[in-house]
Design a protein around this ligand. Sequence first.
Ligand SMILES: O=C(O)CCC(=O)C(=O)O
Length: 280
Amino acid sequence: MATLTTVDRDAPLGEILAHLHRDGGVIVQDLLSEEARLAIIDDLAGAMEVIEPGSKSGLEQWELFHGRETIRFCGLAARSRAFVEHALLEPVFRAVTDHELLGGCTSYWLNTGQVMAVGPGETAQYLHRDEGNWPEAINAEQELTISCMFALSEFTQANGATVVVPGTHKLPPGVTRGYEVIDDDVAYAEMSAGAGLIYSGKVIHGAGANITDQLRYGVHVSFVAGWLRPEEASPLQVDRVCAAGLPEEARRLLGWSSYHSEGGGRTWLVDFEDAADLFG
Ligand SMILES: O=C(O)CCC(=O)C(=O)O
């Protein structure tokens, strides 16, 4: 079986990047303090109680992808201040994202902040590359998206730890869904509660099967180049009133600001001005 490296949260950025570039993913210990982890769990507890597992798009491929026993929901910045302060703005993940994405854009924004709670009896998700969301934009040399799976509970091979195929971020570009799992190739992102798996948009991965009777509770945060349309329509969930109460940087990441390309292009404007000006 392949493995992923686990590093301390105060490891030098260069070391974290070296593992990410070699394997396509790296586990960082203690990205969330115990207090932060419990605060996020507490904020999301009400939603976790009422949201049924599985998604209801009516599209079989997506329902399968989302997992029939997996609880998923978004709009986390509107549901949890602790999510904003400790996951969305987590500094180690942000430093990695700056390094990986800013070569291909002048700013990035939230792709999705999503609970991914794999329930007992869930089967393994089919393996995929996250950048497959934007097939028209894929470029072998440049990352479009970077993700972090924050472990709100311990992740183990048995309870559905993310399956990663190390090194596959170096495969040629292409929309890869349903990559065949070869046991020797795969690593299970086993990590303690509070740790995070930071991974490339190019690496082949997916949620594992859960053969335990406990939930594998993860929160996924991903960022995407500012000139691409994110998976989650954040400003439609985190409305203007809610956004006004958030830190400026969080608002920017959630789409309450505009994109300025290097060549002078400006997009996502409000009456030709930067959307951030709405907040004075
Ligand atoms: O839940 C996981 O471990 C990964 C899920 C995933 O890759 C996805 O849904 O895009």
